[in-house]
Design a binder for this molecule. Structure first.
Ligand SMILES: Cc1cc2nc3c(=O)[nH]c(=O)nc-3n(C[C@H](O)[C@H](O)[C@H](O)COP(=O)(O)OP(=O)(O)OC[C@H]3O[C@@H](n4cnc5c(N)ncnc54)[C@H](O)[C@@H]3O)c2cc1C
Length: 592
């Protein structure tokens, strides 16, 4: 088995040289942050990820969480690891100092969170969901609820969950039927069943704060009739101490394909007198509040694609250096060499490495824009809105492909559980489904973020213009010529597909949506290729200036690989978008 080693050099490079951490640290509110501080935070996080989270990842998979009579026992080592995670302050890192957080920028949290996800994705889901719940409460709840719940949640003593899904309400939240009744005393009674609730019940937290979507009796139908409630496992007294157990129970946990360490609960609310809940914000506005939580979670699930691909890559590389098999084509030395020397094994490893770096750069770039948006930069907010479904959809789809490629490096033993390669593949498979499937992300991208944008296509066209200016600038540098050429072709494909969507959406939305997932992948490849080109430009300049740091050669090599092997797919995706609908939709339903 390999041990997870955080790719600190690449993380630091992206933070400092591509997304300008220094500028983020200079934003109002980030005064405490500095490049040096971030370096030491990343070093400590890397130790925690390798030393605490990685060693319990396999047990989390093989033993998993178990549920008996509504009580969940998490996998071996998870409870202790969580206690250490909480006590060493990792949970509090991104949140406002007003509630005990450390207020570090999103881009720093992004790099640290990647390490948690690589080392132990099932574990990392717990703080991820708590973080989303904190964001929703902080933005939309009353001061009283904030004061009562946020300090303990920020500290990590209480965890948080997100309760949207019901048996008949998954992608379509308009179908939510969980009920809430106003008791007239500032409380509501919640009754209903929620399914698939991540870390919905656990033994690591003293209290669990559930955010639950439910409908009031007189609420209008559809999305405009859903409210958001805070429903704690234990009621909280005015002095902050824990009171009576609320009327909610974990009915069971799911037996899943992966992330066995993460308890996925069926939650039953109000089997007796009704679970006591507190309204967040105003009645019937719950879905918009939940979007605060979901947008946070979507970028973070995209990051799961990055983290799990990185972990699978490291594991495959370890094996490729160990395993000796067959003669290396063209090698006349007569010396047996490891499979790393087979050209096709090199191809697989380059593929996983280069595409993971591209995803990482895009995720951190989005996070840096989140920081700028928090400081009031409207253009950065528009970029975040545009890229959120891309980071989520593209990175997770790639995560599944890349963990599969990494498994292939192992040959037959890759298919055998003991090697551990299976786990990354199985764990990655959920990422394209929860927090909105890839189709839901793609609908968001072509709909709200493009065709139905206030000025249709404005955010995408601004991005395209910025990428084009860079491609033109890079074309003059010999070391970047091929990268710039392929990037230009990719941008042209994205531009053609964008114009086609804008022209077709109103008259033929079915045709546009038939190609929405290819369009999302097209956007991801071109944006990822652009940021890899920016990385290559920095590396080329450093080498030109006389640096002998071989990291820069490696960065140029991965950027070259991405440009040569990934950017050409842009044209194929664009063709699918603009000319593929008839073939997708043409088959008579009875002929399927
Ligand atoms: C392990 C796990 C953890 C989860 N954690 C949570 C959690 O913490 N909280 C929570 O509330 N939920 C959670 N979920 C639920 C998850 O978010 C949903 O499963 C997901 O959103 C999909 O909904 P669904 O399962 O009902 O599938 P469906 O909505 O029935 O979708 C089935 C298929 O139809 C497609 N489809 C549906 N609608 C459209 C559309 N409009 N356009 C195009 N295609 C469409 C989908 O893409 C999919 O391929 C979790 C699920 C799992 C498995």
């Amino acid at each position: 088995m390999s041990t997870y080693i955080a790719p600190l050099r690449d993380m630091q490079f992206i933070l400092n040289d591509v997304v300008d951490l220094e500028a983020v640290c200079a934003l109002p509110g980030n005064e405490e942050c500095s490049v040096e501080l971030v370096e030491s935070i990343l070093d400590e996080a890397a130790k925690f990820a390798s030393g605490v989270l990685d060693p319990i990842n396999r047990g989390g998979d093989s033993t998993g969480s178990v549920c008996k009579d509504g009580v969940v026992t998490t996998a071996p080592g998870f409870k202790d690891a969580y206690a250490l995670f909480r006590d060493t302050g990792w949970n509090a890192m991104p949140f406002s100092p007003e509630y005990g957080g450390q207020g570090l920028p999103a881009v720093v949290t992004m790099a640290v969170n990647e390490m948690w996800k690589s080392a132990n994705m099932a574990f990392a889901l717990c703080p991820m969901l708590t973080g989303g719940a904190i964001e929703a409460i902080a933005h939309h709840a009353s001061d009283e609820l904030k004061q009562k719940y946020l300090p303990k949640m920020v500290e990590g003593t209480w965890t948080g969950t997100m309760n949207l899904t019901e048996p008949n309400a998954g992608s379509d939240l308009a179908a939510v039927v969980t009920k809430a009744t106003n008791m007239g005393d500032g409380t509501y009674r919640v009754t209903g069943t929620k399914i698939f609730i991540t870390w919905g019940e656990n033994d690591v937290a003293e209290n669990i704060v559930h955010l639950v979507l439910a409908r009031l009796p007189d609420a209008p139908p559809g999305l405009k009739g859903i409210s958001l409630f805070l429903v704690p496992k234990f009621l909280v007294n005015d002095d902050g101490s824990l009171g009576a157990r609320n009327d909610l129970i974990c009915a069971s946990i799911e037996h899943k394909m992966g992330i066995h360490g993460s308890p996925t609960a069926v939650m039953s609310y109000g089997e007796n007198e009704g679970a006591i809940g507190y309204l967040i914000g105003e009645e019937n506005k719950g879905v918009s509040y939940m979007f605060t939580m979901m947008n946070h979670a979507r970028v973070n699930v995209g990051l799961e694609g990055v983290g799990i691909a990185e972990r699978a890559y490291q594991h495959a590389l370890w094996y490729a250096r160990e395993r000796v098999q067959g003669a290396i084509v063209g090698d006349k030395s007569g010396i047996k060499k490891p499979i790393l020397h087979h050209p096709d094994v090199r191809r697989m490893l380059m593929d996983v490495k280069a595409r993971t770096e591209a995803m990482r750069t895009l995720a951190y770039y989005a996070a840096a824009n989140i920081d700028k948006a928090h400081a009031g930069d409207a253009a950065a907010q528009a970029r975040v809105d545009l890229l959120t479904p891309v980071v989520k959809g593209w990175s997770t789809e790639q995560g599944v492909e890349l963990t599969s490629t990494a498994l292939q490096v192992f040959g037959g033993v890759g298919f055998i559980e003991e090697t551990g390669a299976c786990q990354y593949y199985r764990d990655s498979r959920i990422t394209t489904i929860y927090e909105g499937t890839t189709a839901i992300q793609a609908n968001d991208l072509v709909g709200r973020k493009l065709a139905r944008e206030k000025v249709p296509g404005a955010a995408m066209k601004t991005l395209i213009a910025e990428m084009s200016a860079d491609a033109d600038a890079f074309a003059g540098t010999p070391a970047l010529a091929n990268i710039a050429g392929n990037l230009k072709n990719g941008i042209a494909a994205l531009s053609t597909a964008t114009e086609w969507i804008l022209a077709s959406y109103e008259a033929n939305p079915q045709a546009v949506h038939a190609g929405s997932v290819p369009f999302l992948k097209l956007t991801g490849i071109v944006a990822g290729g652009w940021l890899m080109a920016r990385s290559a430009a920095v590396a080329a300049a450093r080498l030109e200036a006389g640096s002998d740091d071989r990291f820069y050669n490696a960065k140029l090599a991965t950027a070259e690989y991405f440009a040569t092997h990934q950017l050409p797919f842009a044209a194929g995706y664009a063709a699918e978008v603009t000319g593929g609908a008839a073939a997708t939709l043409g088959l008579d339903e009875n002929l399927f």
